[in-house]
Ligand binder design. Structure first.
Ligand code: 5GP
Ligand code: ZN
Length: 118
């Protein structure tokens, strides 16, 4: 389902350019335009779901597949292997959760971070 007013729906549809990381029938992943870490990409369901607060049992499959795919994409994008390497997954939800784009997305962030000791 495509929401004509949604930025990420437009990115999924190719109406707004993005740097693609991965795509299949139900998932799209692309680099964040304003990265917070050396590796920072977003994973979205192609179906418009406004947030984690809009998730139902019907989304369990695609959400599970997104979470199962994230570690592989993180390595492919340059995150170092676990346990010295790794990544952080964040899903901001609603205004009080810091969500700015109201199409459900998973932030995957990682790579060497000089401000962390060790
Ligand atoms: P939120 O705050 O909703 O969790 O995160 C939205 C993210 O989308 C932000 O990290 C922001 O940098 C990213 N973003 C916003 N607009 C665009 C865009 O047009 N293209 C891409 N690739 N990322 C975007
Ligand atoms: Zn959307």
């Amino acid at each position: 389902m495509h929401d004509p007013d949604c930025l990420f729906c437009k990115i999924i549809a190719g109406q707004i350019p993005s740097r693609k990381v991965y795509e299949d029938d139900e998932i799209y992943a692309f680099h964040d335009i304003n990265p917070w870490a050396p590796v920072h990409f977003l994973m979205v369901p192609k179906e418009h779901v406004h947030s984690m607060a809009g998730v139902t049992d019907a989304h369990a499959g695609v959400l599970g597949r997104m979470m199962a795919l994230a570690p592989r994409l993180a390595l492919e994008q340059g995150c170092n292997p676990y346990p010295q390497g790794g990544f952080r997954i964040v899903v901001n939800t609603g205004d009080e959760g810091g969500q700015e784009i109201h199409h459900l997305h998973i932030h995957v962030m990682g790579g060497p971070r000089p401000w962390l000791k060790g």
